[in-house]
Design a protein around this ligand. Sequence first.
Ligand SMILES: Nc1ncnc2c1ncn2[C@@H]1O[C@H](COP(=O)(O)OP(=O)(O)OP(=O)(O)O)[C@@H](O)[C@H]1O
Length: 789
Amino acid sequence: MSIAPKERDLELERIALVIRKLQERIADIEPSVGSLRDQVVDIRTHFWDDVTVNFSTEDDAVETYLSMKQQADLLSERERTHRHLSNQLKRMKRLVPSPYFGRIDFKEAGLPTEKVYIGVASFLEDDGETFLIYDWRTPIASLYYDYPPGPAEYDTPGGLVQGTMELKRQFVIRDGSLRFIFDTGVTIGDDLLQQVLSQGSDSQMKTIVATIQKEQNRIIRNDRSRMLIVQGAAGSGKTSAALQRVAYLLYKYRETLKADQMVLFSPNPMFNSYVSTVLPELGEENMQQTTFQEYLEHRLSRLFQLEDPFEQIEYLLTAEEEPGYVGRVSGIQYKASSAFLQVILNYKASLEREGMLFRNLRFRGRVLISKDRMKEQFYSYDSSIRLANRVILLQEWLRSELVALEAVERQADWVREEMDYLDTEQYQKAYNRARKRLKEQDPTFNDSVHEEEVLRKMIVQEQFKPLRIRIKQLRFVDAPALYGQLFERRELFEELAGPGGVPEHWDDVCSQTLERLSRKALAYEDATPYLYLQELVEGFRTNRIVRHVVIDEAQDFSAFQYEFIKRLFPRSRLTVLGDFNQAIFAHATSLVEDTPVARLFGEEETETIVLTRSYRSTLEIVEFTKAMLPGMQSIEPFQRTGGKPVVLIASSAEARIHRIVQDVQALQAEGMNSVAIICKTAAESQAAYEALMERLELRLITKDTATFERGIHVIPAYLAKGVEFDAVLLYDASDKTYRRENERKLFYTACTRAMHRLRLYAVGELSPFVRVVDPGLFVKEEIGRSIYA
Ligand SMILES: Nc1ncnc2c1ncn2[C@@H]1O[C@H](COP(=O)(O)OP(=O)(O)OP(=O)(O)O)[C@@H](O)[C@H]1O
């Protein structure tokens, strides 16, 4: 809705006024920030100059302490003020080019109407009370996202405030000048959203604070439930909502919650780079970002050669013809399931009674403490003591055994031989060193002991060091064998799994798992169950600092991974966001209904929000992609139009390459900055890259790519998860490449990465996933016949 010229002039005046005030305030505080910084540097440099250090008498010591404290207090006070002012300065500088994006006029009964201007940070008049701009996260600003003009209410710490919204206005202000202004009747005017969504993509994700939608706002401001689950269609703003949510929580709980107490689990390292600018743009520090694989590697890579999820998916996509394939797929699915989780829990319960496995403690080729002795000792402890605590008791016992064995060992012949290797000088040196060390360790050490004894003690102590480390790290527990036992002893597994609990192809699953374990390799599907079992036995390591965990692409997490994250972060709330339609891994979990995720904290503490509106792609692309998924009518496109997707049937591979080059050049000429040529696998990506590299400037994305940039990318579909491009070219949409049912979601995921343009290429027959789409929803073209046929 356009607004009257007079109103517009008033708004222009106000924008100029607010910018002037911001600039004045900046000019005012900038010198203070500089001077404070100098003061902090000065105090740090000359900290000791003003402190009189004297410990001669007790009084002097007290005085010294007090003068140090005074100096330290002064320093921390200056640092605090500096931090506070410089943050304020940064906020104001960010506001100058675009001070606000929304205005609402809100009237509470009995009070005058308040004009509320909303921006990315608050800015107050000199009186310190009147808001010239409200931060988008303030309680009153939620009205802007939740209501159209009319009756409206918002929550405050003091209770619900009710009233009437008399006006809702939106602005686009760039570089200090007003570009657009609309009055709107709907919640957030589609005009502004249209405008935002039709822009080209950037190399980085953008903030959406000016156009947050009502249902997204529910996600952002939800702070009641322990577990928030968001199931949302492709492009419905799950990642966006999650990031604005983090910014919201950091603002609301700024006294107690810091950015490093929040963790985001991303699907891959490149995604981390893609989202890393959103929070800084909102004036917040970035939360910690990681991948689950990174955690597994941190814990397991010392012991095993670990497979990562991308190697696993490559296997699934390419090894169909290999022997053992069906068994492996069955294993992947089973090992991610709640049924296997239950088996592991039952296993732990049975280990409380029997079956623990230990490793011999060996020294110089012989067994010093045998695994059988350890087992006997272990089961001699009271059975009511928790398994992990019994492991600690055993650890203590082993330590004390080792002390006794060390004393015996000192008299062994090999110790004499070691000493004989030393010449007089080395001997004397070694003796002096040993004496000094032993004295440090034990002040009551008797100096007059024979020097040979001293040396013997030293030598044995040195050689026992690796044993002590083994004991400290609980390596006497044979975790690989404990895990392997499940696949080795069928009767044990049957007992733990209960009647009918043995999954399909179990023999294959067992032989494959054991074969991998024998060469110290751990498949991706085994890593988390293995670690989970190990932690059940040895005790869970926990992180009590983290208060909030966000899991994106949550459909790709297994029941085990959820259970694990819950244990790892016992003081944390969880936000999980995903889309079961994009579940490309064989172990994927549905998020809603009775699933492991939904059960994790129980109904009471779990809230689920479903997003059905898709914002990323044009209407035509959404209509086309949703037709690939039978029964997916619930996905609603946002009314932004562009060209229909184009399906190109090439007469030869060469004709396809030729056309892709032409199309990419045309798309770039049209202003599409980010273009992806999406392939199915790493091998196909490599081949496409090689075929195109001479003619286009390309970037090949692999699982190790850590940054997301503009330009033309060649990328396997599973790495394109979560990110988006102006234009997507699907390199091979033929039925040779996408045919099996388990490839449907991968195909869908690849196509839904497109914002404005989607083109699919095939040499030969089209994939059945395109053949099911109503031909009216795309343009079909045959290429290359005249030149290459
Ligand atoms: N309220 C909004 N205002 C403006 N843009 C939005 C809004 N919501 C989503 N978008 C845009 O839609 C696109 C998709 O958002 P996002 O990546 O957060 O979706 P997603 O649900 O995580 O997608 P996917 O599951 O397909 O990876 C982004 O470009 C984002 O900026």
